[in-house]
Design a protein around this ligand. Structure first.
Ligand code: JD8
Length: 383
């Protein structure tokens, strides 16, 4: 793969000669060329910027040097990667995609950015990918170009000693990394988890999968629930401050259950007070979802012997049917402690929609288990 970098700070890209990209060059896997944009200026001050049309702070990069650079580098047919805070998010999937290209040309801007006509012009000659490495503001595009280069080059065939390790990585399987340990087995009073010393590879991989899922659920629920990504729904841990809205949502949701099961007296959730909600928030691991600040969903879980007891799955009546219930059910399963060997929940015997959702999620009706009045119990083994 050939990689060209256009920048007014070529020294910023010196790391390309080091570590990973350096090794890749030595092995002929990549052919790196860093270019100072100023060589394509024609005035004695090598001017690359000017004031913005329409006014405003800062300077904008002039189009002419870029155009002449593209001509000199004969970029036609390549992929132009323009790093910019307004670009598409850089992800492992995009890294895998860019790793299939023959040639990448990185346009590293500075100042307030590059005159838009440079990109419009380039679009007629190359594939243009405007890419951002994250929702924060840098002073220029070089750091992003380095990050993207490292993520792409390490995916090139023949680069990683054992490609198997690639498949096990964060973001490769949509999960974050599981915790890792090495010698000594005990350090400053902290011991390596016994399962890792057991030699039981089945248990070890289940433990690692479980750790990866739990970390992902806690730190990046958006990765667990792609439907969340970009949606206004974010699953967060509940706090005491949510109690009032939880009580209100609970009453709204269980009114539907009362109608579905033709009973009000038989539904505890309908008779709880605010203090009751505050009390159970202290006993249960509880998550809520807010949409534009409004509490629209919730779920709770706690250990019951060796089962993870799931309950109070609530979805605001006006938002039902959009997958939020499924999202909450997936999330509460994902955060179950390692000790949980199965999941258990109950719902109204007449709650057809709930029963359909639970069965679709792998839960099975257990008429052999004792259930609260008007309710049925469902269980699901832990994978
Ligand atoms: C390229 C100029 C600075 C940005 C005015 C500060 C990427 N994730 C990212 N954050 N920031 C960048 C980035 C910033 C850049 C340039 C990339 C060129 N700037 C500008 C707009 C606001 N200054 C980035 N990838």
């Amino acid at each position: 793969m050939r990689l060209d970098y256009l920048t007014i700070f070529p020294d910023y890209l010196a790391p390309l000669a080091l570590s990973l990209p350096g090794k890749a060059q030595d092995r002929g896997l990549i052919d790196v060329h860093v270019h100072d944009l100023r060589q394509w200026t024609n005035d004695r001050h090598h001017t690359v910027d000017d004031t913005p049309y329409g006014g405003g702070a800062g300077m904008v990069m002039k189009p002419e040097p870029w155009g002449e650079a593209f001509d000199a580098l004969e970029v036609d047919g390549a992929t132009l990667v323009v790093t910019t805070p307004s670009g598409e998010p850089f992800t492992q999937a995009l890294a895998r995609d860019l790793a299939t290209r023959e040639r990448l040309v990185f346009a590293c801007g500075r100042y307030e950015g590059i005159d838009q006509r440079v990109l419009d012009h380039a679009a007629g000659r190359v594939e243009v990918r405007e890419v951002s490495i994250g929702d924060y503001v840098l002073n220029g595009g070089e750091v992003a170009a380095l990050a993207i280069t490292e993520a792409v080059v390490r995916l090139l065939p023949g680069f990683m000693g054992n490609s198997e390790s690639l498949t096990e990585e964060s973001h490769e399987d949509g999960l974050l990394e599981y915790p890792v340990y090495t010698k000594p087995a005990s350090w400053r009073g902290l011991d390596v988890p016994d399962v890792l010393l057991s030699g039981d590879h089945g248990r070890i991989s289940r433990w690692r999968r479980d750790q990866a899922e739990r970390r992902t659920a806690e730190r990046r629920p958006d990765l667990l629930h792609p439907s969340v990504a970009g949606s206004e729904w974010e699953v967060v841990a509940a706090t005491r401050a949510d109690a009032g809205e939880l009580l209100t949502l609970q009453r709204a949701c269980w009114l539907q259950e009362a109608i579905a099961n033709d009973s009000v007296t038989g539904i505890p959730a309908l008779h709880e007070t605010l203090d009751d909600v505050v009390a159970w928030l202290a006993d249960w691991t509880t998550f809520v979802v807010r949409s534009h600040g409004r509490l629209v969903g919730a779920v709770r879980g706690r250990m019951e012997d060796d089962a993870w007891d799931i309950g109070r799955i609530m979805v605001a009546p006006d938002l039902q049917g959009r997958g939020l219930g499924r999202l909450l059910l997936e999330h509460i399963q994902a955060v179950a402690p390692a000790a949980a060997t199965s999941y258990v929940l109950f719902t109204g015997a007449g709650s057809a929609d709930n029963l359909r959702m639970y069965k679709k999620a792998g839960f099975r009706l257990r008429r052999d288990l004792p259930a609260p009045p008007l309710a049925v119990v469902l269980t699901k083994p832990r994978r």
